[in-house]
Design a protein around this ligand. Structure first.
Ligand code: ATP
Ligand code: MG
Length: 258
């Protein structure tokens, strides 16, 4: 278990003259619920883009389970068990809830496209077990009533659950959530807190960005706070919340969520 860490070491990411992530280091331990917080534009999503290979960093390194994943493309990062959701929901709107979750299975599938036309016993067995996983996730996220509905027609809070279900369909060991409570009402946020705990019980480590401080204070065990791409504090939520540098960063921004 101890090797199952995500370690960022001196990660720097620039966009032209802008340093979006600046010499950032932190370690997420296996089984943790770890939070990244900071004012708008602090560089939080960019950190996730560096980890998942969408925007590889220019300097520094990212290690996962002892392997250097700094330069891996997104599909290779996903194959290693790191999967994410996005700040803005990205689902196949015309497809049903079940089909969207099924799309998360593709990364696991060893079958080629030709198996759809010429099914073999092994491809049939794979397909069956994939649908078993989808059924279990529909149940886990309380989505059974929406299984055949097109995702685009569903309420925002339900779409958020579909996104998490699709991510879990890849059987990740690290789930990265970019503002999972954004747009949720108070009840839905409470449900999300419960869901995050239940996901962790499945043996999944969780790294999340969140502006909703009730959620952050309740679920995260450890936090890194960034501002202008730099780490300004880290620690348990109660320690971080009382840190003058953190209070100053939030007071100095137009971000009134903290
Ligand atoms: N692809 C990009 N090209 C150029 N600049 C970018 C790109 N992505 C992010 N940035 C810039 O990098 C900085 C950090 O952005 P990022 O999206 O990581 O912030 P954030 O902390 O996630 O903010 P928010 O809380 O608003 O989601 C911002 O100044 C942003 O404009
Ligand atoms: Mg962001």
């Amino acid at each position: 278990m101890t090797s199952s860490n995500l370690i960022l070491t001196n990660v720097t990411k620039r966009f032209g003259g802008l340093t979006a992530v600046d010499d950032l280091s932190f370690t997420v331990k296996a089984g943790q619920i770890y939070g990244i917080i900071g004012p708008n534009g602090a560089g939080k999503t960019t950190v996730f883009n560096c980890i998942t290979g969408i925007h590889p960093c220019e300097e520094g390194s990212i290690h996962w389970n002892g392997e250097d994943i700094t330069r891996l493309p997104p599909h290779k990062v996903a194959e290693r068990g790191i999967v994410r959701t996005f700040q803005t929901i990205r689902l196949f709107e015309q497809m049903s809830v079940a089909e969207n979750i099924m799309s998360g299975r593709h990364i696991k599938s060893k079958q080629g496209w030709w198996n759809g036309i010429f099914p073999t016993p092994s491809s049939r067995a794979d397909e069956e077990s994939n649908w078993d996983v989808v059924a279990e996730l529909l149940h886990f996220f309380d989505l059974e009533a929406y299984a055949v509905k097109p995702v685009g027609a569903l309420a925002y809070g339900i779409q958020r659950r579909v996104e998490m279900a699709r991510a879990l369909a890849t059987e990740p060991s690290l789930l990265i959530l970019d503002e999972p409570a954004a747009g949720l009402n108070e009840n839905e946020t409470q449900e999300l807190i419960d869901t995050i705990y239940r996901i962790r019980q499945r043996g999944v480590t969780i790294l999340l960005i969140e502006h909703d401080m009730d959620l952050v204070m309740e679920v995260t065990e450890y936090l890194t706070v960034i501002n202008f791409g730099k780490k300004i504090a880290e620690g348990t939520p109660d320690i971080v919340q009382a840190d003058p540098a953190v209070i100053e960063a939030y007071l100095g921004s137009d971000d009134d969520d903290f």
